[in-house]
Write a protein that binds this ligand. Structure first.
Ligand code: GDP
Ligand code: MN
Length: 386
């Protein structure tokens, strides 16, 4: 479960992390009242579950009351990567000098079978670019799951990362962050930017905090943080159908298959074919035509999707049921994007016969998943998908 910035900050505060002051608002009037109370410049920040809010225009420095209200009006109701902003966090702005935005994070790392602590003196909005172009500027350290992060290790990492300021205080913040990660079963905790003031004291300006869904039963006290309204509408619909569905950023090919493994492979072959998957959708085993129909309906609703790649290996799932579901979606006018399918196995010939009879350019079957994925990629890229 992803927490909003303000929720993640609440958790970090419980662990003693020095967090920038801020209050949540849902209307420009509330933002105005908070500005009056603080009586100093503020930052108005969209509370949505996406990264890169700043780059998308969802984080605005507001030097006056009028600016704060204007920014609130613009940000509230704004669409960021398909999510509507219903809440903003209004923070007491600090003066950031160039080069004083640090990054620290804890991530569950399969390769080391524990958490990896990461730190970089080049934090801020470009951290992904830093990771891609100059990975040596990100210091990584495996945290022992038995002892947790010890202060001397945190100090060592802070020194290696080139942090300036009160290193004891900065290391202490890292230790507290890592304690929060362990105790809250986080899959990811980041503080970015971590700001260091003129006295050398660190302050958390932003956080990403994600708790392992499988551990939520141990964290009932934060279960109320989950807001259906803040989740992707398609993910909510998918959970109603009982599908395992994940919306992926910047994709153009809708992907569905029967089983987690085959869907993972399908994402890979779409990438290999030169397009990008827009979602993961597992319809499960033994799906009948109505389930396939709902899956196609769901994926078609995504405006990012320009073509659909269906990859089914028929065992208990019958290929003809899959074909029937897709054909019905076409007949009902739900299907407006090309569907490229590989359906092999049980009742494959029956499926072929049904599709031949329908004879529509929108639905085509291919002998291998590579060919189907390539056609889907061509269609999506030709349609001007991202
Ligand atoms: P993100 O883009 O979703 O990671 O949102 P952040 O909360 O990290 O804010 C984006 C950027 O806004 C930061 O990297 C800072 O450069 C800037 N920012 C955030 N808070 C403040 C603040 O209090 N003062 C100043 N000067 N800049 C801020
Ligand atoms: Mn940030």
């Amino acid at each position: 479960m992803k927490l909003h910035e303000y929720q993640g900050k609440e958790v970090l505060r419980q662990y003693g992390v020095n967090v920038q002051d801020g209050k949540v608002a849902t209307t420009p009037e509330e933002v105005q009242a908070i500005y009056k109370e603080y009586g100093q410049p503020v930052v108005v920040k969209a509370q949505v579950h996406v990264g890169g809010r700043g780059k998308a225009g969802g984080v605005k420095f507001s030097s006056s009351e009028e600016k704060a209200v204007e920014n609130a009006k613009n940000i509230l109701g704004m669409d960021i990567k398909g999510l509507t902003v219903n809440k903003v966090l209004v923070t007491k702005a600090v003066d950031i000098d160039a080069g004083t935005e640090y990054y620290v994070g804890m991530i569950v790392d399969r390769n080391v079978q524990s958490y990896t602590l990461m730190a970089s003196a080049e934090g801020g909005m470009e951290i992904e670019e830093v990771a891609a172009a100059t990975p040596e500027k990100i210091i990584k350290h495996r945290v022992d799951p038995v002892t947790g992060l010890r202060p001397y290790e945190a100090r060592e990492v802070a020194i290696k990362a080139g942090f300036k300021g009160n290193l004891n205080k900065i290391a202490d913040m890292m230790v507290k962050m890592s304690k929060a990660a362990f105790e809250r079963d986080a899959v990811l905790v980041e503080i970015n930017p971590l700001f260091v003031d003129a006295d050398g004291t660190p302050l958390a300006l932003d956080t990403k905090f994600e708790i392992d869904d499988n551990a939520m039963y141990r964290h009932k006290d934060v279960a109320h943080y989950r807001e259906l309204a803040a989740e992707h509408p398609l993910e909510i619909e998918a959970s109603e159908y009982g599908f395992a569905y994940v919306k992926l950023d910047d994709g153009n090919v809708g992907v569905l298959g029967n089983g987690a493994g085959i869907v993972m492979t399908s994402l890979d072959v779409v990438n290999r074919a030169g397009a990008k998957p827009a979602n993961f959708l597992d319809i499960g085993g033994g799906a009948k035509a109505d389930v396939v129909y709902n899956a196609v309906k769901l994926v078609s609703k995504d405006p990012d999707v320009k073509s659909i790649f269906i990859n089914i290996f028929g065992g208990i799932t019958r290929a003809d049921e899959v074909a029937k579901g897709v054909i019905k979606a076409l007949e009902d006018g739900i299907l407006t994007k090309p569907v490229r399918m590989r359906i092999a196995g049980t009742a494959e010939d029956e499926a072929k016969a049904l599709l031949n009879e329908k004879n529509s350019d929108l639905i085509k079957m291919y002998p291998t998943m590579f060919e189907a994925a390539e056609e889907a990629a061509k269609d999506a890229n030709a349609a001007g998908g991202k």
